[in-house]
Design a protein around this ligand. Sequence first.
Ligand SMILES: N[C@@H](CCC(=O)N[C@@H](CS)C(=O)NCC(=O)O)C(=O)O
Length: 208
Amino acid sequence: VKLYTFPHLPNPRRVAIFLAEKGIDVPVVIVNMREGEHRKSEFLRINPRGKVPVLELDDGFCLTESLAICRYLEALFPKRPYLFGESPRRIGEIEMLNRILELELYNQLVISWRNGPLFRRYYPDTQQIAGAKEQSDAAARAFYREFDAQLQGRRYVAGEAFSMADIIAVTSIDFATGLLDLRPDDDLQNLWRWHSLVHERPSVRPAE
Ligand SMILES: N[C@@H](CCC(=O)N[C@@H](CS)C(=O)NCC(=O)O)C(=O)O
C-alpha cells in the first residue's frame, strides 16, 4: 500500500492521526499541493478528482475519502483501539457523531474556505458566492456552542474513549482556527478543555 497525502491539511491529517493511534506504518508519497501537484496528470491518474488523501492498495485500487481509508484500515487491523467502536451500540453512536461533525461542521468550514480571502488568493480564477462565507461562519459558530454543550461531563466526543469523532472534530477546529479565522470563543470551556486533552496525544500534537 501507499498513502498519497499532504500532511497538515484537515483530511490528510485525519488519516495521519488515525494511523498513529492504531500504530500502523504506511509508506507515504507527498503530493505537494502548494506546487499544484494534485492537479497534474501524474496524480490525476491516481485520483481523477485531484484530492488527497488516497490509499493505493497493492492491487492498484485507489481508495479515496479519509473516512473510507480509516474504515478500511480498521477492518484490516481489527484490534484495539477501535476508533469506529467495537460494540454495535458504540459503532452506531460514533457513526452518528462522525456524520454530524462532517455534515454540519466540516462542510460549513469548506464553504467558508472556498468563499474566503485565502482561497481567492490561491485560486484567483475561482468564482465565489457573495454572502456564503458569512452564512457558513455563523453556522460553524452556532455548531461550536452546541458542541460545547454536548461536551459537558464528557471526556471525549463519544464518551470515555477517544474515537474517530474526536479526530474529525479536532482537525476541523484546528483548520478553522488556523486558516479561516474561525477560532471558537474563549468562553466555550468544555470545548477548550476537550481540545487541550486531545492535543496532549502524541498523534495530534505534531500538526500544531
Ligand atoms: N471528502 C474528502 C475530501 C478530500 C479533500 O477535499 N482534500 C483536500 C485537502 S484537505 C484536497 O485535496 N483539495 C484539493 C482540491 O479540492 O483541489 C475526504 O474526506 O478525504
